[in-house]
Design a protein around this ligand. Structure first.
Ligand code: GLU
Length: 330
């Protein structure tokens, strides 16, 4: 008899758990109303050779997720992955912040077992909803041996993305998820097809463990524009351990903000130069003399994920060079 993969599907809310009044409601609908059992009832997993178990962990839109929710999801998934009778985990999640949760899990789970975070852009009640197929595909990916050791994956719109790279790049289209170097592969009729692997360190090769993290330090993001005032930057820097400065272009800093950000660094706030463009590299010591100012730079990471990475890095070190090395490694 073929071994059936034991997959746990965790519900957290989002559009994949949403419901509209009419099939034409692709954008106006109630989010996070269907339970995970109801969502699972919309697919027929018999062709996938899986045994499914469902759990409802949260029930809210992912725009409401703070660090507590990240830690709660991480802790629960860590417990499940440690069980011999669990081969993989799927997390049904709102799409808005799927990139943050997935990257957090990618960096903190101590297991090679597949973890797939999945959402949908249209609720199950809408015409041409992507909910059922995305969920079916996510289960197929989590159950497949080729997904072992790849870290956390995000499945949507027939594509498999690495959690490190994927971002939500559109507010309403089904084709909303992008990775700057492309997806890892496709999933078609219940079978993943991989064409490349993640090359940056993750899961077992990181020093962070979702199972033991008790809290995360305060890291904020501020997005640059010409009229951004020093008072705004100062207010954020006054409360944060780290500040991601999403500069224009390749991480440019307006002249009037250089001293406020240098002051913040002198007070021990870790200032990280990033870019608001959504992709590309911020070269260390490129547009600004980062080492001279004790600033960090993100390499190619987007501000939302740079925040996750810096929070984790700050749980272990406050040394500027060690922190910079983290941005080059993960
Ligand atoms: N804003 C909601 C969320 O992120 C719905 C978006 C979605 O799931 O597509 O949970």
């Amino acid at each position: 008899m073929t071994h059936k993969a034991n997959i746990v599907v965790i519900g957290t809310g989002g559009t994949i758990a949403g419901q509209g009044k009419a099939a034409s409601n692709t954008s106006a609908y109630l989010c996070s109303v269907l339970g995970i059992d109801e969502i699972l009832a919309t697919i027929d997993p018999r062709s996938l050779a899986v045994d499914l178990r469902a759990e409802q962990l949260l029930q809210t839109g992912s725009e409401n997720f703070g660090n507590e929710q990240l830690l709660a999801i991480g802790r629960r998934v860590a417990v499940l992955l440690a069980q011999d009778d669990v081969d993989g985990v799927v997390i049904a999640h709102g799409t808005d912040t799927i990139e943050e949760t997935a990257y957090f899990l990618h960096l903190t789970l101590k297991s090679a077992k597949p973890v797939v975070v999945v959402g949908s852009m249209r609720p199950p009640s809408a015409m041409s909803s992507d909910a059922a197929l995305n969920l079916y595909d996510a289960i197929a990916v989590a159950a497949h041996p080729a997904s072992v050791g790849l870290g956390t994956l995000v499945v949507a719109n027939d594509e498999i993305h690495t959690a490190r790279d994927v971002t939500k790049g559109n507010s309403f289209k089904v084709e909303a998820f992008r990775s700057p170097y492309g997806p890892l592969g496709y999933v078609i009729e219940g079978r993943p097809r991989y064409y490349r692997h993640p090359c940056r360190a993750h899961t077992l090769a990181t020093p962070w463990s979702a199972g033991t993290l008790a809290s995360l330090p305060q890291v904020d993001i501020v997005q640059a524009y010409g009229a951004l005032e020093a008072e705004t930057v100062n207010a954020l820097a006054a409360r944060a351990n780290g500040l991601i400065f999403a500069g224009t272009g390749n991480g440019n800093v307006p002249a009037h903000l250089i001293e406020p950000l240098r002051d913040a660094a002198r007070r021990g706030v870790h200032v990280v130069r990033a870019s608001r463009t959504g992709s590309g590299i911020v070269l260390h010591n490129g547009a600004q003399p980062d080492d001279l100012y004790d600033w960090l730079s993100v390499d190619d990471q987007v501000p939302s994920k740079a925040r996750i990475l810096l929070m984790l890095a700050l749980t272990q070190s406050r040394d500027v060079q060690t922190l910079q090395a983290v941005f080059e490694r993960y």
